[in-house]
Design a protein around this ligand. Sequence first.
Ligand SMILES: [Cu+2]
Length: 498
Amino acid sequence: MSKKKTDLTKETKTARPAMTRREAIGLGGAAIAGAAIATALPASAQTMNHRGSSSGAKKMDHSGHNMGAMKMKNPAVSGKAGEYTIPTSNDFYARSVDNWDNWEPGMPGRDYTPVVIPNGEALPFKVVDGVKIFQMDVREVMHEFAPGLKAVCWGYNGMLPGPVIEAVEGDKIRIYVTNRLNAKTSVHWHGLILPSGMDGVGGLSHRKMDPGETFKYEWTINQHGTFMYHSHTDTMTQEGMGLTGMFIVHPRRPTEPRPDRDFVLMMNEFDIKPGTYRPDPNVFSGYNTLTLNGRCFPGTAPLVAKKGDKVKLRVGNLSAMDHHPLHMHGHAFQVTETDGGLIPPERRWPETTVLVTVGQTRAVELIADNPGDWAMHCHMTHHTMNQMGHGIPNVLGINHEKLDWKMNNIVPGYMTMGATGMGGMAKHAGMMEMPENSIPMMGTPGPHDYIAMGGMVTVFKVRDELSSYDDPGWYNAPKGTTAMAATMADLKRDGIKT
Ligand SMILES: [Cu+2]
């Protein structure tokens, strides 16, 4: 047993006492976010056969059932004795190999191109005796949704959503989870094929994790695709407070070129009443904070690609009550994956909007061939609004000048809002005092005008040339390719009367 492994075991024991003592026992920052975790391969792992066993090197075979149930020893799952039989009879699982015995841990660059996580990060790992070791904790965190709006949420490693777990088919993984909440919890690995006892449904798969305890989850990854993880104990409360994350598994033997830009986005929703600092997870509707990777527009980082890039976009939805049709401007894409598996190339279908229902993932792929700044957003119109867009009386189209004058006699400073729609609300927000801890219902200054969108919105930025994938700023459209007011000459030429 290596020194690092011993240390983790030790923490498992010392983490047991009550949370309030954790600073005293020195578990504060050092155990968090894998800060001390190196990603280097141990020398022993490097001598392993990269190709795995002979059957492991077989080409992808979706027929799948030609080899029957295969037994493998998993030291992690079995402990000292016992074997776990990986199910092999389901043709739908996305698998590029049919044996999970002898793979060495997949490494970024060599075995996969790491995903891109706007506003987020991947969970670091280290390798101990050929097993990939991950470490997370569950704790309260003050999360910023956009500048001006923060709330106390629950997160994995202090993040909302949690860090993206990235692995490769055939990896043996062990994930340590420390519960720093004062409630019991458990982690479910959504869409992953694993031993029943690792599935994380509190009370059903295993007993719940007490406050202060560290649990370990371990299995051999035997599929690839786009998956998620989330609390499966008091799910309404715990997911509603933010305990969600994405789990990406790359194929060991890819049958298609790797994407140049492999984006991961998670959709969540929260009810944070203006002026309050804690989401209310107990509501059925009225979610007013709609997020992509934990951020509302304009707090969302853009997705940047270079013309010609093969772009993959993996989206998961762990909102409480809402499905989200994610719409992409300027490009069509193909739906290539669900959390159930890979869609065979001949059965993929083109779309510009992909519906990601609650508890689903979808992966879509496209070639970024159209330079520009392209909105990418949930097409539920209420989901492109922030907090203040909700619960406003409908005064659309009324002449409010007389009303305002009359009301001013009763309420000094009264101003009717929304008579021309909500687009003007952003302006009001600038003029009026906003409630504490709240953001305008929508909007941010754009390159041409105010952008009247908020919530589940980001911008897909495609450029002819890029020196880096940092935010390149707003698009400079070629002359003559931007809509503008028609001239008198235009109207006359085309016989248009206005
Ligand atoms: Cu939506």
